[in-house]
Write a protein that binds this ligand. Structure first.
Ligand SMILES: [Zn+2]
Length: 454
């Protein structure tokens, strides 16, 4: 039976499977949901067994299992590792959901449920595509390793440990991450460069205790004022980061980088519209899209100290605190940025003030090489299916697993998925469009076949 006929004959059951998976509250960050996460893992393993995948196992079955499914068809063929996650974000605030998050509900051509867009739709349509290929040809067109984890939204512990312990077992020629999104409604694309991030905490102290501002405000330093002054030195007046050496490791944008960013910006919503901010701001010499996708940034995430309660309290605060983070582009290193930030503070803080900075961790940026064979195959497949050239876009956020794959397996990741902008991932009323469901199934079939032929 052709894959198209198979999808037509099984449409109702396929949709029912999606709803069944959505009903499992696989919230990985909440220990109370550990049994649900484990149940979702077993549910997927059962589906993979049912469609005839020869080797299926659950790693760490009682916590947040990784589902590993292997189908070795021919050692002479390429091996594709397919990654996804079946856990979901918490649902709070529950009161803002129009229908309950784990009772999938259809409204206006959309299925509303937690995990509908991020990313149970991607995972189940991929399994169903594999099922259709098996119905047509008996086996997949290349060797497959499926790695579906249950804690992407929290720690990623099980998958990371498994990856580190089994680089030979997971050796592959390409990695497909199903956790992708369209850059614009009905315009396909691939998130090809992801920023990294690093976090710093800073505490300053001018004395042992808060003081009466009448008695001491004119004669001792004020921790808040020192912190505010210091905070103001982190950027130049026109919006560049003023930390010495901050941009040293940044690879300058080439003409082709700028063309790529302009092409994706042309189909994506303008940053002002999408963000809800009133005005633009940032490093001069770059468009907002270039700054968002391809230039590093330093953000002061929080500043506190002194009295912030109701009414008045005339105090000269002894302590002030700050949390800041940097979004890094490829080739930048979080530890090195931290050293530069510390040197900057040393230079700008007045003598005699006690202070302490802590590095809270970080992960580097990741970029899929544009000439990666799997990315090229995926781009031409999506162009055929959608009748429009997909764009390569850059993402401000981070996906640590892509770096772990690169470090452990030496293989680059292609990220692809059918989540539309505005689908409320991580927010109340998450949705996935009905019309994208059969398109996703069909695209996965085309993609697997194209990988098999490459
Ligand atoms: Zn996701």
């Amino acid at each position: 039976m052709s894959t198209q006929d198979f999808f037509a004959a099984n449409a109702e059951r396929h949709l029912e499977e999606f709803l069944e998976l959505l009903r499992i509250p696989s919230v990985s960050s909440d220990p109370a949901h550990i049994p649900d996460v484990a149940r979702a893992g077993r549910w997927l393993a059962d589906r993979l067994n049912a469609i005839g995948v020869p080797e299926v196992q659950l790693i760490d079955p009682d916590t947040h299992p990784v589902v590993e499914a292997r189908w070795q068809v021919d050692p002479g063929k390429k091996t594709l590792l397919v990654y996804g996650h079946y856990d979901v974000q918490p649902v709070d605030p529950l009161a803002l959901w129009i229908s309950p998050p784990f009772e999938p509900t259809v409204r206006d051509g959309k299925i509303y449920a937690r995990g509908a867009a991020d990313m149970k739709s991607s995972m189940i349509t991929f399994i169903q595509a594999l099922e259709a290929i098996v119905a047509e040809s008996g086996e997949p067109p290349l060797n497959l390793i499926l790695l579906f984890e249950g804690e992407e939204e929290s720690s990623g512990r099980v998958v990371t440990e498994y990856l580190t312990a089994n680089p030979d077992r997971l050796a592959c020629d390409a990695i497909l991450n199903l956790d992708g999104a369209f850059p614009a409604l009905d315009h396909p694309g691939f998130g090809v460069t992801l920023k990294g991030g690093m976090l710093v905490e800073l505490h300053i102290k001018i004395g042992d205790t808060d003081m009466h501002s009448g008695k001491y405000g004119a004669s001792v330093p004020n921790a808040n004022q020192i912190m505010a002054k210091l905070a103001a030195t982190f950027h130049t007046p026109d919006g560049a980061v003023a930390i010495a050496g901050f941009y040293d490791d940044v690879v300058p944008l080439s003409e082709s980088d700028r063309a790529e960013i302009a092409a994706s910006a042309a189909v994506m919503s303008p940053i002002l519209e999408e963000s809800g901010a009133f005005v633009e701001w940032g490093e001069p010499g770059y468009t907002a899209a270039e700054r968002a996708g391809a230039r590093p940034a330093l953000d002061i995430n929080g500043v506190w100290g002194g009295f912030t309660g109701e009414g008045a309290k005339t105090v000269t605060p002894a302590e002030a605190h700050m949390k800041l983070s940097c979004r890094m582009v490829p080739n930048q290193d979080g530890r090195r940025l931290y050293d530069l930030i510390v040197a900057h503070i040393e230079k700008h803080i007045p003598p005699g003030i006690k202070w302490e900075a802590n590095y809270l961790g970080g992960a580097p940026a990741y970029s899929t090489p544009r000439d990666n064979w799997a990315l090229q195959v995926a781009a031409s497949t999506l162009a055929d299916v959608y009748g429009v050239n997909p764009v390569f876009y850059r993402v401000g956020g981070s996906v640590p697993i892509t770096i772990r794959f690169k470090d452990t397996l030496g293989v680059d990741t292609v990220t692809c998925g059918f989540t539309m902008p505005g689908s409320n991932i991580h927010a109340p009323n998450e949705w996935f469009r009905f019309e994208d469901y059969p398109k996703a199934q069909r695209t996965w079939v085309e993609l697997l076949q194209a990988f098999g032929e490459a």
